[in-house]
Design a protein around this ligand. Sequence first.
Ligand code: CA
Ligand code: CA
Length: 496
Amino acid sequence: MKRILALLLILCSLLSLAHALEDDSFNWYEVFVYSYQDSNGDGIGDLNGLHSRLDYIEEMGYDGLWLMPIMPSPSYHKYDVMDYKAIDPQYGTLEDMRALVQACHERGIRIIIDLPVNHTSLRHPWFLQAAESLQKRQEDSPYIDYYHFSKDPGAKSVQLNGTKWYYEEQFSGGGMPDLNLDNEAVRNEILDIMTFWLSDVGVDGFRLDAVTSFYTGDTIRNVAFLNWLKENAEKIKPGSYLVGEAWVGLPTIAEYYQSDIDSFFLFPASQAEGYIAKVIRSRKPAAEFVKYFQQVEEAIPDGILAPFIGNHDTGRAVGSLQARQAPDRAKFAEGLINLMGGNTFTYYGEEIGMVGSGDDPNKRLAMYWNDEDMTAQPPGVTKLEYFFPSVDEQRQDPLSLLNYCKALNHMKKKTPAIARGKNEFIFSDNTTCLMKRTLNEDTCYIAVNFSAKAAADMALPTADLTIVSDLEVGTDNARLSGTTLTLPPYAIVILE
Ligand SMILES: [Ca+2]
Ligand SMILES: [Ca+2]
């Protein structure tokens, strides 16, 4: 009897786990493990440290985690991998990773990892064996064909020491030789790596690094390779989520969606010259927002968008938005990027307005929990600054950016039509707009006042709508009287 009961309990917990994972994730959080939370006193962030912060991540309403590379690497950023099936000892062990994955799943948080397969580290055993073979003039190692060795120097090639051979390196100076993705053996290695992470470790997908460099300048072949990755990920673990980094314009991103990869980061919406920053600066912000959003919808009618404002390679959002003197901009921009639908990606620290630009390490500073509990800074930081208060301080302030982001994430979780619904613009002028989102049987309306200073009255199309969520940057709340909706500055209101 006891055994049956135990079996039932196991079955129930498995079912509830399966149910939790079925739920979609659309508030993704990008974490640089190095700079997030240290657990063992060496100053470097690690997996157990991140694990200890899952309460915070869950409470903030993030339901997806993207970890920047965690595999062994000679660099602090770890985009040059030495071993694709292990954890960098700086970050912990495979046991730590399995425990982290399990803890995420128990909270309904999906977790994906960075998979850089355009190139390896110069110190990857494949490259070392290929180089040794060429240097001994034996030229018989099967690993030579893992890379692009040639006796003709190309535009992006580096001479191998002591030989007349050159190897392709798209990211020059980084010690990152490009893999030969047409080699069947390399493809089999990639399948093996994907199987290891998806099946053995249990992650929910990958962030695919540098996809436009797989076959540089050849979108058609890149799309075909991405399609091959997607088909195989789906075979290994149905429902895996893949998101690609194609740092290109909207028309090319639209072409990449033909690969069936779930999402591509919406680079045209990001940074100081992207849609959101332009909208914030415009004199006709609502009209601009509608224009850009319609361009995106037209280019990418089906795929899941992946909008973001900043990531580990860009200046932080506060700088892009010029939000130091106008902090409400940082809040409203977070609101707008989330209203574009799809899966929003928030780079760690953006939820508290961390700053940083210029040299890469400046964009990857230690998470500002409080003045005591921080990791060491990554090597090479040339500007160290925290402009807005720490997590602990912002948690106490109902008007903080942190609490705005938290309310925003939970608003989206409460009304999935915001992220997954089909969009329709009902009304817009220069400073306000009303959108309708339809997801199966569910419909919601999103009313937005883009003005930083003036309240706005909006006439709603029907009298039977009620406010289900309202998000303001200050203390004034939106009000509904009959069909007249009064929106404080920068207000976002969800009605049903
Ligand atoms: Ca550590
Ligand atoms: Ca390549």
